[in-house]
Design a protein around this ligand. Structure first.
Ligand SMILES: Cc1ncc(C[n+]2csc(CCOP(=O)(O)OP(=O)(O)O)c2C)c(N)n1
Ligand SMILES: [Mg+2]
Length: 738
């Protein structure tokens, strides 16, 4: 063990309790167990370092110096009862909660039986479903908002216990694959390093937890460095405790995290405060980092020996050992015996891990999506039944906005796990105004959620702070617990703060946990231009940035009926869905439809032929559909060219079969989309056509899209930038004549 001697003059906080021998309420056996966990944790690090040097594992990240705070949190909280969003230094916490050394070595070698990820994630990226330790990623801090959402879900299930039940019989939806458990007084633990407290998501999470008085324990494990950056360069004033002290509703602790007893006492107080429902807690633990940042870092390059030696004096493992000796809890023989037992256990675990089988290469696509429920399957095709239902009635034509609102209402009635939140989505946050009928309510800047808070209550439909990462991060935590958040991003142009959550968390949680966890959130986003004055920041498309992400379904309807059918599928399915709603289409005359009933669903990945033809195929979606239809009708009238117009409706998965069958018939293909031309969604379609239908093509594959610039405010410029019916007409004509 590469630690130096502890300064014996540095007593553990418990010294004062020596006379009573109460040890903050821990028994002598628990003290011995705590030391065993700390020693085991350190020795696993040492063994992994050796294995890495022998090239038997591929990465190493140690928890050295953080064992005291980790074991303390593990003793104060309850595995399988509370919820845990730890970070990579929390090895001792995970061991204290019940993870086994073998589990950790299996992850280090990348074994198929690695219980955290099946060989998909680096070591020290914990995830143990049985213990409620939630799968971990690598971006610093992206777990924090999810811990907040997790606490919100626990509270929601306590207030709406019937929602946790799985509906019997009939149609199967995502609820059949989610076992919900909740306790009523559970807490959600989340930890992070001192450097990570600079991330914006940390502050968004602190704000959300304080606003909601949520039972979250934030633990900042402050080892004074973020790789090579010292805390005074990282945190204004050098103390995160001081910076957060103004947050209301919090209980605060600042503690020597190398002292397991003082840390345990702090955690006990924090947990009690949270369990009693007063609000969140913040534990600032001062720890050390004796083994450099990781095996790829050599801290001697930026820390002199004198500083490192000073830290080593506070080594939690040696300090605790000396404490046990001094207190007579264990004598030297007892210590030796314990250490020998740990060494023997680790040897067996290492041997087993080194013999463990790696995952099969054929398994790489497993769990990108739900293995249980395929949203492209016929289970989600109820169109025929719904059409029969509405036949003969001649009901009023509804807009896309109307039918999205109606679908949300129907689904909220059907499924009490659905919660809706985002910016301005509530009718009125000050409920009393609604109750006294002083106001009508807003329900979204486009009014898509109008009336839902009024009907279903503020628990289920509420405004969030203006923080997009928080909207998606909290939703991800909620969905991990079994809720179905249907959140709104007000404008696609402002989705980017949430990109880390979408790309590195939401889409990948199922895959990286080897199906241990899933989070089927629906994100509704108002997208697109053609607004006459929308300009740069209210007109963006950019869907290909999201179709490029495995694990995320992307839907983009062009009309009211498709919006209703696809949104219902999005809500009932078991995958995360980005549901793109074109603002210009919300209230257009084009594509209005009668309300199709509360069970109308369209499966994902099924295109619609909007206009049948034989001379050339146009593949498009969204607001280009009505523009292409206009052009197709004109060219048929004027040139007798018959265009087959395909509306993809769903971008991932997409309907290659319909495209291929059409192009095999027409031998000409034009891909049209509103986003900028280069590197866009059409490039993929064009590449597939060239690859798989080369022999069928009588002309080059053409694209019509926006110019590779930004959408300008002045309508003359907007028209010139976005693809217009005439651009489509000219491209069709040229292609037909080729
Ligand atoms: C968003 C993000 N940026 C950068 C990194 C690279 N990185 C990994 S750990 C780390 C430093 C973290 O320091 P701190 O939060 O203090 O935790 P510690 O490692 O000291 O325990 C950095 C910069 C990352 N993983 N994620
Ligand atoms: Mg640090």
């Amino acid at each position: 063990m590469a630690t130096t001697k502890t300064d014996p003059k540095l007593p553990l906080a418990i010294n004062g309790a020596k006379k009573s021998k109460s040890y903050e309420g821990l028994t002598r056996d628990q003290l011995i167990q705590a030391y065993r966990v700390m020693y085991t944790s350190r020795r696993i690090d040492d063994r992994e370092i050796l294995l890495k040097r022998q090239q038997k594992i591929f990465f190493q990240m140690s928890g050295a110096g953080h064992e005291g705070i980790g074991v303390a949190a593990g003793l104060a909280l309850r595995p399988g009862y509370d919820w845990f969003y730890p970070y990579y230094r929390d090895r001792a916490l995970c061991l204290a909660l019940g993870a086994k050394p073998l589990d950790m070595f299996l992850q280090a070698v990348g074994a198929a039986d690695d219980p955290s990820s099946g060989g998909r994630q680096m070591p020290s990226h914990w995830g143990y479903p049985k213990l409620n330790i939630v799968t971990q990623s690598s971006p610093t801090g992206s777990q924090i908002l999810q811990a907040v959402g997790c606490a919100e879900a626990g509270r929601y299930f306590s207030r709406h216990p019937l929602s946790a039940e799985v509906p019997g019989g009939g149609f199967t939806d995502y609820r059949h694959f989610k076992n919900v458990s909740f306790q009523g007084d559970e807490v959600s633990y989340v930890s992070l390093g001192d450097g990570t407290s600079s991330e914006g998501e940390f502050w968004e999470a602190m704000n959300a937890a304080a606003l909601g008085k949520l039972p979250v324990i934030f633990c900042v494990e402050d080892n004074g460095y973020a790789i090579s950056v010292p805390v005074e360069v990282q945190t204004a004033g050098g103390s995160i405790s001081r910076l957060v002290s103004g947050f209301p509703n919090f209980h605060f602790e600042e503690v020597d995290g190398t002292d397991p007893l003082a840390s345990y006492a702090a955690f006990r107080r924090a947990a009690r405060y949270c369990r009693e429902g007063h609000g969140p807690a913040f534990v600032h633990a001062h720890v050390i980092r004796p083994y450099s940042h990781s095996l790829s870092d050599d801290e001697r390059l930026y820390r002199p020996d004198s500083e490192r030696e000073r830290d080593a004096q506070r080594d939690p493992v040696t300090r605790t050992q000396m404490f046990l000796l001094r207190e007579g809890v264990l004598d030297e023989k007892g210590i030796n015996q314990l250490e020998k037992e740990v060494e023997a256990e680790l040897q067996i675990a290492v041997d087993l891990a080194l013999e463990a089988l790696p995952p099969a290469p054929e398994s790489v696509m497993n769990f990108v999506y739900s293995p249980d429920l395929d949203p492209a399957s016929s289970t989600f095709d109820t169109q025929a039944a719904a059409e029969v239902q509405v036949e003969g009635k001649k009901p009023a034509a509804k807009t896309m906005a109307d039918l999205i609102n109606a679908t949300l209402r129907d689904e909220m009635k059907r499924d009490e796990r659905i919660v809706i939140f985002g910016e301005d989505v509530a009718d009125c946050s000050r409920e009393e105004y609604l109750k006294q009928k002083l106001v009508k309510g807003k329900g979204g800047v486009f009014k898509l959620t109008f009336g839902l808070q009024n009907e279903f209550g503020t628990d289920r439909v509420f405004n969030s702070p203006l923080a997009e990462a928080a909207i998606v991060g909290r939703a991800t935590g909620m969905a991990t617990r079994g809720l179905k958040p249907v959140v709104e991003i007000q404008f696609f142009d402002y989705i980017w703060p949430a990109m880390m959550q979408i790309r590195d968390e939401l889409s990948v949680i199922r895959w990286r946990s080897n199906n241990g966890y899933s989070c089927p959130v629906v994100i509704r986003v108002a997208i697109g231009g053609y607004l006459t004055g929308g300009a740069i920041y209210h007109s963006q498309c950019g869907e290909s940035a999201f179709t490029h992400i495995p694990g995320l379904r992307v839907v983009f309807p062009s009309n009211a009926l498709d919006a209703a059918g696809l949104l219902r599928t999005a809500i009932r399915c078991d995958d995360p869905v980005l549901f793109l709603e074109h603002k210009r289409l919300y209230r257009e005359t084009f594509g209005r439809a009668a309300y199709p009933g509360p069970d109308y669903m369209i499966p994902f990945g099924k295109a619609k032929i909007v206009h049948p033809g034989t001379d050339l195929t146009v593949i498009t979606y969204g607001a280009v559909v009505p523009r292409a239809l206009q052009a197709a009708q004109k060219i048929e009238r004027e040139q007798r060219v018959k265009v087959e117009l395909i509306d993809l409706r769903c971008l991932n998965p997409f309907d290659w079969e319909t495209i291929a069958a059409s192009v095999a018939k027409t031998n000409r293909a034009l891909v049209a989309y509103e986003d900028t031309l280069s590197w866009g969604y059409g490039a993929e379609i064009a590449a597939r056509l060239a690859d798989q239908l080369f022999e069928k093509l009588d002309a080059p594959v053409r694209r019509v899209a926006a110019k590779d610039t930004f959408v300008a405010y002045q309508p003359i410029l907007e028209d010139a930038i976005l693809p217009q019916p005439n651009d489509l007409y000219l491209a069709m004509k040229e292609l037909a004549e080729y």
